[in-house]
Design a protein around this ligand. Structure first.
Ligand code: PMP
Length: 395
């Protein structure tokens, strides 16, 4: 059973309240349901009401380059980036909305490689990312067997000549590292996947300003089911081609989803920019606290076990909080100290993770989601702490 299949079946059969010592814990997926507690606290502030007559047209703003992007979502995205300081969103930048950033990744590949040349003159452009890379990039790149581009693996070992695309994921999924392009050769084009460049995961050290930057509502706020992502694009031609891809694949993006995303992003920005005393803290401050509590618990469990190690992250000054801040990535990149298959080892203890091979590296590493509900996370750290290595006394 693949990790995805077992993730889906466990999501169906296992409610948090049904957890027991025998329950299989699925930490292979990055489903950000832990943020639910925050949104529950906000009560009706994020509620949207849509009547039967609303949002019927395909069009949102016929005069805009991205004609299916709702103006209120465009404004909310730009306002949030300005409030957080994590990306340049000047008026000369184009925003393209997508059904998750997954669709926009494919739109970007299309836009960067599309050509009017006849088929027999096209050489597919190589797509690379530095290992460990997000496990979906190889599949997303190759599943349509496009003539325009093809997955070419680890950017560190890429030796091809001519045009290539490098995907730079920062902070990186799976290991939380802050990254820059590694190939740096002529003919290269970059896609920056900044899904996790938000204050709850990493200090915001500068306003990112790259040619194509991808963000997703899923990881920014935890609303993965709304399926909204956005690209911030410098070049008009590229933005137009991305819009073309969206037209052909889905004639735009659900307006119900855009409407809801706009509302929630507005509420977050408002709470960041105009905090009211005695109100709940803004979403990112909340996220930072819960993520750092989780990382503390995880590090304690790893220490108690003695069988594993975790990456170390340096503190940095965060321009959003105005303080030195730790990184608290959305995934833990766990290594078996004895070089064992870490995913298999954890499965023996009924913990399902996503092994290193999926990310282009060896199986002594595995990825663990840090975004599960509290009850599952607490049971996970308890089980992890109890796994002892053969050479370890647990200290
Ligand atoms: N990029 C990265 C690095 C991710 O981790 C994810 C989600 N796991 C995505 C893109 C896709 O996000 P979505 O399609 O939910 O917007």
């Amino acid at each position: 059973v693949s990790a995805t299949q077992s993730a889906v079946s466990s999501a169906k059969v296992m409610q948090p309240s049904s957890l027991s010592a025998d329950s299989v814990l699925n930490f292979a997926r990055g489903d950000p349901t832990m943020y639910r507690a925050y949104w529950e606290k906000l009560g009706d502030r994020c509620t949207v009401v849509i009547s039967g007559k609303d949002l019927m047209s395909y069009f949102s703003d016929a005069g805009n380059l991205c004609w299916f992007l709702m103006p209120e979502l465009d404004r909310a995205i730009r306002r949030l980036h300005r409030a957080v300081g994590n990306a340049e969103v000047g008026e000369d930048r184009f925003i393209v909305v997508g059904t998750g950033s997954t669709q926009l990744f494919q739109a970007a590949l299309y836009a960067l490689t599309h050509t009017d040349k006849p088929d027999d003159e096209i050489l597919p452009t190589s797509v690379v990312a530095a290992a460990p890379f997000y496990s979906s990039y190889p599949e997303e790149t190759d599943f349509q067997r496009s003539k325009l581009y093809k997955w070419a693996g680890d950017a560190y070992s890429y030796e091809g000549e001519g045009a290539y695309i490098e995907v730079v994921t920062s902070p990186n999924n799976p290991d939380g590292a802050i990254r820059e392009a590694v190939v740096n050769r002529e003919g290269g084009k970059l896609i920056h996947d900044l899904a996790y460049y938000w204050p709850q995961y990493t200090p915001i050290t500068r306003k990112a300003d790259h040619d194509i930057m991808l963000f997703t509502f899923s990881k920014a706020t935890g609303h993965a089911g709304t399926r909204i992502g956005w690209a911030i694009v410098k070049d008009k031609e590229i933005a137009m081609k991305m819009v073309k891809f969206m037209e052909l694949s889905s004639i735009g993006v659900s307006k119900e989803s855009q409407f809801r995303a706009a509302k929630i992003l507005e509420v977050i920005s408002e709470d960041c920019l105009n905090p009211e005393p005695n109100k709940v803290v803004n979403f990112f401050e909340y996220g930072q606290v819960v993520m750092s509590e989780r990382w503390e618990k995880l590090r304690e469990a790893v220490k108690a076990s003695g069988a594993f190690s975790l990456p170390k992250y340096t503190q940095n000054f965060c321009i959003f909080t105005g303080k030195d801040t730790d990184s608290n990535p959305a995934f833990a990149w766990l290594k078996s100290k004895e070089g064992l298959n870490c995913d298999d080892l954890l499965r023996e203890h009924k913990i399902v993770t996503r092994g290193g091979k999926n990310f282009g590296v060896c199986p002594s590493l595995t990825r663990i989601s840090m975004l599960s509900p509290d009850e599952e996370f607490n049971l996970f750290v308890e089980r992890l702490a109890a796994i002892k290595g053969s050479n370890s006394n647990g200290s």
